[in-house]
Design a protein around this ligand. Structure first.
Ligand SMILES: Nc1ncnc2c1ncn2[C@@H]1O[C@H](COP(=O)(O)OP(=O)(O)OP(=O)(O)O)[C@@H](O)[C@H]1O
Length: 368
C-alpha cells in the first residue's frame, strides 16, 4: 500500500540551529519525488524525518493524513536504499532479499514466491545464490533495492543510491530504478545532488537551498521555467544577461538586450512600473540561442568552438565582453570559426525574465 506524504510547516533544529524553517510539501501516492539541492541544503534531514530517524521540532508529518511525528521507525513500513548498499555480507543474494520477510514471519511458500518475483523485477535472478562480495557495485545496489521493496513498503526512501557507481552504470541503474518504481508503484522519495539524475527519474522535483524549497515541479517545468535564478543556474547550464524591459509601441513589453537586440515578450506588461521601464535579468539556455541574420540579434565574436559529435558548443563574447555559451546540433550546422562575428537570436517563447535580484521569474504562469 502506497501512501501520500505531507509536510505541514515542518521545522528541524539541531540544538539552537534551525536547518529547516517551516517547510510545507505534498507528495502524492505512487509518485517518484526527488529532493534536489547542493550539499548541506537539508535533503537527508527531510528524508530521515520521513523514516523516523530525526525528531521534528515543529509542524506535522503525515502519511495519508495520519500524523506520523512520533511513530517509531519500525512501525512506519518503509523501504530504504542508501549509497553504501548496506547488504549483509554473510548472506547470499536471495537470503538478503528474504531477510525482511522472515522478520515479518511470512510463510515459506509465500516467501519463496515473493523473493523470486522481486529478483526477477530487479533482474538479478541469475545471481540468487551468489555472495555479495562476488557482485559488482551495480548488482549489489539491485540487491539492496530488491530487499527494500520485497516487504511491500508504503514508502521507498533512496539517499544518493547511485553515488558509488561509475558514470555509465549510474545511467543504466537510474533507468532500472525508474522502470522498477513504475512497475511496483511505491511512493518514492529520492535524494540526489545530481540534477541530470533527478530529471531522468522523477515525476516531480523539489529544488532546495538552505532548508527552503525554491521550486516544486516536473523536470520540464523546472528546466524551462525556473522560479528564480538559483534554480535556473543549478539545473542545467544557462546564460544570465542583464536587460531592460520597456513598453513597446503597442503597449506590449519589449526586452532590450545589449545595444541592438529587442524582443517582444508577451504577458509581462503588468511588470512595468509607471515609468514604463524595469531593469531585469534574463536566463537563456545554450540551446535557446540560434545564429541569426546580421541586425536580428545580439552581436558578438566567437572565442571558442568545441565539436562534441552530437552538438557543437560555441563561446561567444558579446559587445560588453560577457561570454555566453551556445549549443548547436552538429548535423545541421558547420563549426563556426574562432574570430568570426556572429549574431545571436533567442528562440521565441524560451526566454525567462527575472527581477533585478533574480528572485522572481516574471514569466511564471505563462504556458510552456
Ligand atoms: N546531527 C546533526 N547535528 C547538527 N547539524 C546537522 C546534523 N545533521 C545535519 N546537520 C546540518 O544540517 C544541514 C543539512 O544537512 P543534510 O545532511 O540534511 O544536507 P544534505 O542536503 O543532505 O547534504 P549532502 O548532499 O551533503 O548529504 C547541514 O548544514 C548540516 O551540517
Amino acid at each position: 500500500m502506497s501512501v501520500a506524504i505531507s509536510f505541514k510547516d515542518i521545522v528541524k533544529k539541531y540544538g539552537d540551529t534551525t536547518v529547516i524553517p517551516e517547510l510545507s510539501l505534498d507528495i502524492q501516492k505512487g509518485e517518484f519525488f526527488t529532493l534536489l539541492g547542493p550539499s548541506g541544503c537539508g535533503k537527508t534531514t527531510l528524508l530521515r524525518m520521513v523514516a523516523g530517524f530525526n525528531s521534528i521540532e515543529g509542524g506535522n508529518l503525515g502519511f495519508n493524513n495520519k500524523v506520523m511525528n512520533n511513530v517509531p521507525p519500525g512501525k512506519r513500513n518503509i523501504g530504504m536504499v542508501f549509497q553504501n548498499y548496506a547488504i549483509f555480507p554473510h548472506l547470499s543474494v536471495s537470503e538478503n532479499v528474504a531477510f525482511g520477510l522472515q522478520n515479518r514471519k511470512v510463510a515459506k511458500g509465500e516467501l519463496q514466491r515473493r523473493v523470486e518475483e522481486i529478483l526477477d523485477t530487479v533482474q538479478i535472478e541469475v545471481y540468487k545464490d551468489r555472495m555479495p562480495k562476488n557482485l559488482s557495485g551495480g548488482q549489489q545496489q539491485r540487491v539492496a533495492l530488491a530487499r527494500a521493496i520485497v516487504i511491500n513498503p508504503d514508502v521507498l526512501l533512496m539517499d544518493e543510491p547511485l553515488s558509488n557507481l561509475d558514470a555509465q552504470l549510474r545511467v543504466d541503474m537510474r533507468n532500472a530504478i525508474k522502470r522498477i518504481q513504475r512497475e511496483v508503484g511505491i511512493t518514492t522519495v529520492y535524494v540526489t545532488h545530481d540534477q541530470e539524475e533527478a530529471m531522468a527519474v522523477s515525476d516531480r522535483i523539489a529544488v532546495m537551498k538552505s532548508g527552503i524549497i525554491q521550486q516544486v515541479g516536473t523536470p520540464r517545468d523546472i528546466y524551462q521555467r525556473p522560479a528564480n535564478l538559483f534554480v535556473a543556474t543549478f539545473i542545467g547550464r544557462t546564460n544570465v544577461i542583464e536587460a531592460k524591459l520597456e513598453s513597446g509601441a503597442e503597449g506590449e513589453a519589449v526586452l532590450h538586450i545589449g545595444s541592438s537586440y529587442s524582443l517582444a515578450v508577451p504577458g509581462l506588461q503588468a511588470e512595468l512600473k509607471s515609468s514604463g521601464t524595469a531593469a531585469v535579468k534574463i536566463s537563456v539556455r545554450p540551446e535557446e540561442f540560434v545564429l541569426a541574420e546580421e541586425g536580428a540579434g545580439l552581436t558578438g565574436t566567437v572565442v571558442n568552438n568545441i565539436f562534441l559529435g552530437l552538438s557543437t558548443h560555441l563561446v561567444v563574447a558579446l559587445e560588453n565582453g560577457q561570454e555566453v555559451e551556445i549549443i548547436q546540433q552538429s548535423a545541421t550546422t558547420e563549426v563556426v570559426d574562432i574570430g568570426r562575428k556572429v549574431t545571436l537570436a533567442i528562440l521565441p517563447g524560451t526566454v525567462n525574465v527575472y527581477d533585478a535580484a533574480g528572485e522572481r521569474n516574471l514569466n511564471r504562469g505563462l504556458d510552456l
